[in-house]
Design a protein around this ligand. Structure first.
Ligand code: SF4
Ligand code: SF4
Length: 421
């Protein structure tokens, strides 16, 4: 698409944003895979429509306030990147655009307070834990509350798991040490499902990998970056570059959203002194499924039964990081297991960071659709690789009274190796 964007006016991201615009040939192939276009049915809520809106704003032809409602409704799922035959790097446009828009947009006092509150709660496990504990008391009353409150309450587990304090080091087990990694422990995940990190540590150490958990680490910054809070995202990225500055073979993540955020550090820190360091760091980031798959592990013991596992591709694994095979390879290594591929597998479940809180109706429509597809499989269990998806799917499966267990891939694998499936 031709454009007249003055790239030098938009700092380090100007060229990448303009490139995404000029690569788009307006073909519309991305529309059927865009969840918001499918739910809302408007061109302006499609990838192609949003690209045009952002182009017009960057050219100075359209008021920011006219584009923002449609830009805000984007889940950032990046299904459009997977589909696009022209290779439009939509993520290189939307995130910097949101960062650019943040200081120029007008928000009401309440909206500003809500954003600050969520930003400070969701990214600090101790604060989030206190909030989640208080909120769980109000959970039974959630049907009486407005959607903006009832949905987040529903996403919390009925009973918060006990607190797990992680050590700074878990040594490799066995005689052969095969490597050493650092683990990003995550924020909300460590409160909602601490067993995911424990399963990750178990799988790594039992296979000869030393696991360090740098205690100075912070939130990955993805939540902030994807809602346009570039300053906060950059500050968290700097903190993690310092915290993970060790001689590790890899930096491991087990939450797709966090992994995708860590891979975006070079974009977040573009134009700063830390850009090169961020590039080296991102080169070491591995999703746990990819790392384990590359170790060529011996298969787990035979559980002595057939297991039909439905696999849900988290958008930030499949679309943002191109990771599809590794988790499938792991799950299929369990003797007697068979994978169920979902129809409409590219469709986002509607979780997407704080999307559930900001756009509860669209998030609920997508969650309900995905839950219906999963229930239809009649699987023995459901696997996915992202805490946001797991919470969203649990909530919507419960709503349709479907009791199929929903687990992180590493929880299933750790149970398989312990012969506890
Ligand atoms: S598929 Fe790609 S090139 Fe075609 S309209 Fe969508 S973003 Fe543009
Ligand atoms: S990121 Fe997802 S919601 Fe946003 S335009 Fe692309 S496909 Fe649509």
């Amino acid at each position: 698409m031709k454009h007249a964007i003055q790239t030098d006016q938009f700092g380090a991201h100007g060229k990448a944003m303009a490139k995404a615009v000029e690569t788009c040939v307006h073909c519309g192939f991305c529309l059927p895979d865009c969840p918001t276009y499918r739910e809302l049915g408007q061109e302006m809520d499609s990838p192609r429509g949003r690209i045009v809106l952002m182009k017009e704003v960057l050219e100075g032809n359209l008021e920011l306030s006219r584009a923002l409602p449609h830009v805000d409704r984007c889940l950032g799922c990046l299904a459009c990147e997977t589909t696009c035959p022209s290779g439009v790097e939509y993520g290189e446009l939307i995130s910097p655009f949101r960062d650019y828009a943040e200081s120029r947009r007008k928000r009401g006092l309440l909206e500003n307070l809500k954003r600050r509150f969520l930003g400070s709660m969701l990214t600090h496990p101790a604060r989030f834990r206190r909030l989640a504990k208080m909120a769980s008391v109000a959970r039974p009353l959630r049907r009486l509350l407005p959607k903006s409150l009832s949905v987040p309450l529903g996403l919390l587990p009925r009973k918060l798991p006990g607190q797990e304090k992680l050590s700074s080091h878990y040594p490799a087990k066995g005689s052969e040490k095969r490597g050493s990694v650092a683990l990003l422990a995550g924020c909300a995940q460590q409160v909602l499902s601490p067993q995911i990190n424990l399963a990750t540590i178990d799988l790594l150490t039992r296979n000869g990998i030393d696991v360090a958990i740098p205690q100075e680490q912070g939130c990955c910054g993805a939540l902030a970056w994807h809602v346009g809070d570039g300053a906060r995202a950059r500050s968290l990225a700097h903190q993690n570059l310092r915290a993970f500055d060790g001689k590790f073979d890899a930096v491991i993540t087990n939450a797709a959203g966090c992994g995708s955020g860590l891979h975006e550090y070079p974009m977040m820190l573009a134009g700063t002194k830390a850009q090169e360091e961020a590039g080296e760091f991102a080169g070491k980031v591995r999703d746990i499924s990819v790392f384990l798959d590359a170790l060529s592990l011996p298969p787990p013991p035979d559980p002595g039964k057939q297991l039909r596992i439905a696999y849900h591709d988290a958008c930030h694994l499949a679309h943002a990081q191109g990771i599809r095979n590794a988790p499938r390879n792991l799950l299929q290594s369990i003797p007697g297991s068979s994978l169920i591929e979902l129809p409409d597998a590219n469709l986002c479940c509607g979780s997407a960071g704080t999307y559930n809180l900001d756009h509860p109706d669209t998030a609920a429509q997508l969650g309900a659709k995905k839950a219906a597809i999963l229930a239809e499989t009649g699987a023995d269990m459901i696997a996915s690789g992202n805490i946001g998806c797991l919470s969203q799917l649990k909530y919507h499966m419960e709503k349709i009274d479907c009791r199929i267990p929903i687990l992180h891939t590493v929880e299933i694998m750790a149970a398989a190796y312990r012969n506890q499936l």
